[in-house]
Design a protein around this ligand. Structure first.
Ligand code: ZN
Length: 173
């Protein structure tokens, strides 16, 4: 297993749409293992393959309190959504930015496991939010895209300025 670097906004690869997985082989299992390790190493509760520059339609998440229940979703599709829920979100690809985002309160997701077996998950609360956030990544979408244009622009500018500052001091130090 290996921790992979996470792509940071505004890396254009974060805008690529993931491709349906058709081969459920050892390479896919290795990718999923790396993603779980990368998610834990960065303290995230979810990670989409897009965020490490992989094109597979695959996401991992773990919303359990003791962080010991990693779940792998391959080719996930939201087949039903219900209600509204607004909660604060952050993203490993947009460090230090947190904002309230409105999503569906409950979703039903069809996906495959590492062996290609189909399964369905009925999710609500944090799990539902996390699934929608990661499935957005697989579509090349970021949580910033779901904010009002003025709010998005304000956060984007502040984030880019902070990143420039980090890079400047990193070069010096
Ligand atoms: Zn994210």
């Amino acid at each position: 297993m290996a921790v992979r670097p996470v792509l940071l906004y505004p890396d254009p690869r974060l805008r690529l749409k993931a491709e349906e997985v058709t081969r459920f082989d050892a390479g896919l299992a290795r990718l999923a293992e790396d993603m779980v390790e990368t998610m834990y190493a960065h303290g995230g509760i979810g990670l989409a393959a897009t965020q490490i520059g992989a094109r597979e339609r695959l996401l991992v998440l773990d919303v359990a309190e003791d962080r010991r229940e990693p779940h792998v979703f391959i080719n996930p599709v939201i087949v039903a959504r219900e209600g509204h829920l607004t909660s604060e979100e952050g993203c490993l690809s947009i460090p230090d930015v947190r904002e309230r985002v409105e999503r569906a309160a409950r979703v039903r997701v069809d996906a495959r496991d590492l062996h290609g077996q189909p399964h369905t998950v009925e999710a609500e609360g944090l799990l539902a939010v996390c699934l929608q956030h990661e499935i957005d990544h697989l579509e090349g979408r970021l949580f910033l895209d779901r904010l009002s244009p003025p709010k998005r622009e304000r956060l984007r500018r502040r984030y880019l300025a902070a990143r420039r500052e980090t890079e400047r001091t990193a070069v010096r130090g």
